[in-house]
Design a protein around this ligand. Structure first.
Ligand SMILES: [Zn+2]
Length: 178
């Protein structure tokens, strides 16, 4: 089982990939992950920066562990807080541009467990978003196929997350954690 790394917006909107994996002429290099945000109901706003016209990311939205695993990295880097989770089998997921982190290195996490809060908005960044990466045997690959079948959690509520984690732990204790 896997969980989309961004929960559903409180008003019901599902998160989307606003900037996908691939060579970016704007950056002049590979954009090695998926940028995740919510699409605005109406695209507009003359005073807004380009990307903000159509997408948004409310402050305080949690980033959720894509799958069960062990935290490999949890640190602040130049582009915000970063968490890496080792899912085993050579698969790592990485969560960039967070405001803060709620997990520590070596900690075991379950699918859907919050790993931190999105919304890091340093100078030079137009809009807060989650940059989500997948590494397969060390190589950064397109995350889109990995999240295509992922469950979108209903609300960014810590109560729901805690309930899910509890339920998953009870299930995972028998089926996953061997
Ligand atoms: Zn990105």
């Amino acid at each position: 089982m896997s969980v989309y790394p961004v929960p559903r917006h409180p008003d019901g909107r599902a998160p989307i990939i606003s900037d996908s994996y691939g060579y970016s002429p704007k950056r002049g290099r590979l954009h090695a992950g998926s940028d995740m945000m919510y699409r605005r109901k109406v695209c507009g706003g003359a005073s807004l920066p380009t990307r903000s016209k159509c997408y948004e990311m409310p402050r305080g939205t949690p980033a959720l562990a894509f799958g069960a695993g062990v935290v490999l990295r949890s640190e602040r880097i130049g582009t915000g807080d970063l968490v890496t989770i080792d899912h085993g089998g050579g698969l790592h997921s990485e969560y960039f541009h967070m405001r803060n982190r709620s997990v520590r290195v070596g900690q075991r996490v379950l699918a859907g467990e919050p790993v931190g809060t999105i919304s890091y908005n340093p100078i030079g960044y137009q809009l807060s978003h989650l940059h989500f990466q997948i590494r397969k045997n060390g190589t950064r690959v397109d995350p889109a196929p990995y999240v295509a079948g992922a469950q979108v959690v209903d609300k960014p509520s810590s109560m729901i997350a805690k309930f899910m984690v509890t339920a998953l732990f009870a299930w995972g204790a028998y089926h996953l954690l061997d």
